[in-house]
Design a protein around this ligand. Sequence first.
Ligand code: ATP
Length: 453
Amino acid sequence: MQTEFHIGIDDTDSRLGGCTTYTAALLFQELVSKRFKPIDFPWLVRLNPNIPWKTRGNGALSLHFTLEEEQIQEVKQIAVAVVERTTDLSQRSTDPAVVFLKGPVTTLLSEFSARALHDILSVREARHIASAVGAETRLLKGSRGLVGALASVGAEFGHDHTFEILAYRTDENRGSVRRVNQDSVRQMDAMYQGSTFNNIDPETGRVLICPHGPDPVLFGIRGEDPASLVNACALVGVEEQVESIMVFKTNQGTDAHLNCRRTIRVLRPYQSTVIAGTISDAPRIIRGGHTIFETSDETGSIDCAAYSTTGTIRETASHLIPGDLVIVSGGIRLRRIGELTLNVEKLEVTGLANAIRWENPLCSDCGARCESMGRGQGFRCRKCNLHFEKASKSPKSEPRGIMRGIYLPPPRAHRHLTKPASRYGFRTPKPSNASSAVIDPTLGSLVSVPVVS
Ligand code: ATP
């Protein structure tokens, strides 16, 4: 009898090397080469980006197959062997975990996954959920990886998802400068605008598809559908050998971590959150050019920090005034005991207060602006020396210089999950399952990346 079989993997990498996507790509290719039938692309699930112990982008991976009962044992053995082979267990922060789930994902598990996007979850809870849903867990060292491995299996892409095509480097090149032709990336970007995103930072012209660390990723292109990514990938010129290529289905670029609105009173460190409130104090600019603005709701107040790297968010935040209405999204940090800051990732200005300037009256004789003679003592015209004891200041509405709307950081400062401006309003129906042409494990040879020697 056939059954769904899901494999979740996390925490196989460290700052010194490795990448959980690479482990998943190798495993996927090995399983498909042995004729096990995938239900979907491998999933690259980004989880709460504000947890403190992530290596880079808090990514966890899951693979989804239809298997005969008697194939399950072999698949499990292959999975554990690939994870062991691609993990450097001597690294202190690496706690690889593998989760196996037979049968469909239940609501209990998908709810756990949804919370892993914006909250801090304990290994204890992960163990409890795993046992409640009948998932088998394999821990190769510590237990922390269990949270991500389990959450990746229960991820839901119903409301939105994207794809990423990743090209991997050969072993001998890892750690050296990535030899990717920048002009070819610019040409690819121009040809695939709309179906790919965040290839280039528009302000600086910087190429964003290459990471910088010692991990095996040569480059990654994000986009809306696998076919466009395969074609876009074939346009990127590289001057080193490509080991393999894999397309992942992912929640990157969807703002999936910013779907939990909370009141200020219940905020806790490391959550990703959304608050709605009123600006309650004039913004302050601190050293480094960062803007801090206080936002209040009916339960309390919190300082929101718009860092200089956030571009128009910081610029807009510095023009806010008390009474403005905002929806602020981002990560919660503990500044000192009992004091939290919200690091802003997205700012929506929903209401603008009237900016009033109080002006001295005009001289009835010459029309010049009068000056005050002191508190409660009226005004005088310097030019005509006339006194106006009964006159008072009058309110004048000032132009605000900012508009209602959503403000985002520039692409170079995006997190993996940040929904880019180009995806707002995007509504293309997506294939829910992989097409066999693209899911073929020989995808690496289907896409020929031009190697320039
Ligand atoms: P990379 O993106 O390069 O794969 P990473 O940034 O994903 O690396 P990991 O090495 O996977 O970092 O470490 C993240 C750790 O945090 C994992 O052990 C994972 O189980 C755990 N984790 C993920 N999300 C949560 C969460 N919401 N609450 C608690 N722990 C979490």
